[in-house]
Design a protein around this ligand. Structure first.
Ligand code: AGP
Length: 606
């Protein structure tokens, strides 16, 4: 969602800000803008569309040593140049904002009555005017007074004209980091924006303010008390945000999965088991007493949770519920005693998932575990146990390597719990062996790329597609459908294959491609019957068949043979060809693969 970058330096900052925005493009946005103070005057550039369009408008020699910039993902007011940030008040104050101001209507009424004029339809503009109404010569004091009146989850970056230039920022429910340079400092909603200028970061706590000025930076807590925070040196390099030889980030990330899974496993397993305490020193006590697991997540991460439920119940015999965070957070729940609360999230900053964690009130929870890809993200910082997926930065909005590493992490969780609860050692060793083999098998499946690229041609003009699966392959079918609709804009639905005749079969005709993954397991026969039901209605089947899965094939069926045996890791393997299919269909349809329309990478608002 919206991205913020800000800089105060001894050099001109417009190119730093534009590069920062370019690196935040993956978060998803519809317009971009930048404001700079040049010779005591605010100057602003905004553009609807891509950061490149904004860059084209900013003169190469644009002067100004303090500025803020923003990529906007519309919430209040349509995507347009006038709604794009930064928003100004009386040419003295400029504001960029990530998040939502819930009480903006009443503030707007008061400001209108006080004579302020509004140029946009956004909730953000009230912040600019409100700060202006308090601003004399201390920008921090004015921001603090204004922020104390705002309700919602947000982060802000503010600059103002005046005698002593300063940039003030605050974090209330939306992430913000301070980049610490040498005689120059920065802010951003994500470290990746600042990697070309620094690798030293201060992660603000909830409610914190930061003031950047000529002397350096100063931190204040939500009550306005000065505070200090440690500087973290990031090991990330700027290179991870480049595509290399790949055409799209999504393609690169699909092909990085063997490496990502290896990284996820390194130092966590030996040849027969999972090492102790990989979920943290307190995990042993929690895992020994837990009697139930509640998983909460959104989107692709939710699908990982659904697969994990099959593993947890089948391997451990422990009950497990999985729910999308936006539902869970507002529901009155019955929490069984000794429930472990697990969040799955690539970004670690998804608003609904975070709110679900923050709202936990029952004493029946014995701990909270975050499986996450972004260190220092709010979910990681606020959970009692943590396992990083180590997928590396995922830039494509469509989640790929984050999903498969989440699944690997969930298997590590199953084994870690099992170890403490007398799970048979040879069973543990056999799952570990499967995990060790996984990267090699994924490399092998990636060789299907060319074959799947050809199959993708069948989908160019399709409007709809159905994905079928049974057992733990039902969530994989859901993930396949989500990937296809997300990046190719083809309407796709997933069903448990047994549900077909309870409704969706009515949709099947020669125009409806039906995609099925067929593991060679005890449900294969049942799945075959469902496939026959499709064929009898003239539907065309696209089958991803595992080794040994004997099919009643007919000439029309498209069958891709997958060189993999059925095992616990099969759902992870089955994901690969579905990712490739969506990717190639989207390439052929010419969509914006890495930044699909209307979507954001980090969903930091409800
Ligand atoms: C995945 O392809 C999606 N872009 C989306 O569903 C995503 O998984 C969801 O928004 C959850 O994000 P998170 O994993 O960062 O919490």
């Amino acid at each position: 969602m919206c991205g913020i970058v800000g800089a105060l330096a001894q050099r001109d900052v417009s190119s730093i800000l534009l590069e920062g925005l370019r690196r935040l493009e993956y978060r998803g946005y519809d317009s971009a803008g930048l404001a700079i103070i040049n010779q005591q005057k605010l100057e602003r550039f905004r553009a609807l569309g891509k950061v490149q369009q904004l860059t084209d408008r900013v003169p190469l020699d644009q002067a100004g040593k303090i500025g803020i910039a923003h990529t906007r993902w519309a919430t209040h007011g349509k995507p347009s140049e006038t709604n794009a940030h930064p928003h100004f008040s009386r040419d003295r104050i400029a504001v960029v904002h990530n998040g939502i101001i819930e009480n903006y209507r009443e503030i707007r009424e008061n400001l209108l009555a006080a004579g302020y004029e509004f140029a946009s339809e956004t909730d953000t503009e009230v912040i600019a005017h409100l700060i202006e109404s308090y601003y004399e010569d201390d920008l921090y004091a004015a921001v603090k007074q204004a922020v104390d009146q705002l309700r919602g989850a947000f982060s802000l970056g503010i600059i103002a004209t005046g005698d002593s230039p300063a940039l003030v920022a605050c974090r209330r429910g939306s992430p913000l980091v301070v980049g610490v340079g040498i005689h120059e400092n920065f802010i951003a909603s994500d470290v990746s924006a600042l990697l070309p200028v620094t690798n030293r970061f201060v992660y603000l706590d909830e409610g914190d303010f930061v003031v950047l000025n000529a002397e350096g930076y100063a931190l204040y807590d939500s009550a306005g008390k000065p505070k200090e925070l440690e500087i973290t040196v990031s090991e990330r390099t700027g290179d991870s945000t480049f595509k290399g030889n790949y055409r799209h980030f999504m393609q690169k990330e699909i092909h990085e999965q063997a490496r990502a899974i290896t990284d996820c496993l390194v130092g966590r397993i030996d040849t027969t088991t999972v090492l102790d305490s990989i979920f943290g020193s307190e995990s042993e006590a929690v895992f020994t007493q837990l009697q139930n697991i509640q998983i909460v997540a959104c989107g692709t991460s939710y699908h990982a949770g659904l697969v994990a439920k099959y593993w947890i119940e089948a391997i451990l015999g422990i009950s497990c519920q999985v729910e999308v965070a936006s539902e869970f957070r507002y529901r009155k729940t019955v929490v069984p005693k000794h429930t472990l609360f697990v969040t799955l999230s690539q970004s670690g900053e998804t608003a609904d998932t975070l709110a679900a964690l923050r709202n936990l009130s029952s004493d029946n929870y014995c701990g909270s575990l975050s499986i996450c890809n972004v260190p220092e993200s709010p979910l990681v910082r606020e959970s009692s146990l943590v396992l990083m997926t180590r997928a590396g930065p995922e830039i494509g909005v469509a989640s790929t390597k984050a999903f498969t590493t989440q699944l690997v992490s969930m298997l590590l969780l199953v084994i870690s719990i099992g170890k403490l609860r007398n799970l048979n050692e040879s069973r543990i060793a056999s799952i570990v062996r499967e995990l060790i083999e996984l990267p090699r098998q994924i490399e092998q499946l990636l060789r299907l790329d060319a074959q799947i690229e050809l199959i993708a041609e069948d989908f160019i003009d399709k409007q709809h597609a159905l994905f079928l699966g049974r057992g733990e392959h039902y969530p994989i079918a859901m993930e396949g459908a989500l990937k296809l609709k997300e990046i190719s804009y083809i309407h796709a639905e997933a069903y448990p294959a047994g549900e077909l005749k309870h409704g969706p079969l009515a949709l099947v005709d020669s125009e409806m491609p039906v995609i099925v993954v067929t593991p060679n397991d005890e449900l294969l026969e049942k799945l075959q019957s469902n496939m026959q039901e499709v064929k009898a209605r003239g539907g065309k089947l696209y089958v991803f068949a595992h080794q040994g899965a004997k099919l009643d094939q007919s000439g029309d069926d498209v069958v891709v043979e997958m060189d993999c045996e059925t095992s616990w890791v099969t759902p992870i393997l089955s994901t690969i060809p579905l990712q490739l299919l969506s990717y190639h269909v989207a390439v052929l349809r010419g969509t914006d693969i890495d930044q699909p329309r209307n979507l954001a990478k980090s969903v930091t608002v409800e």
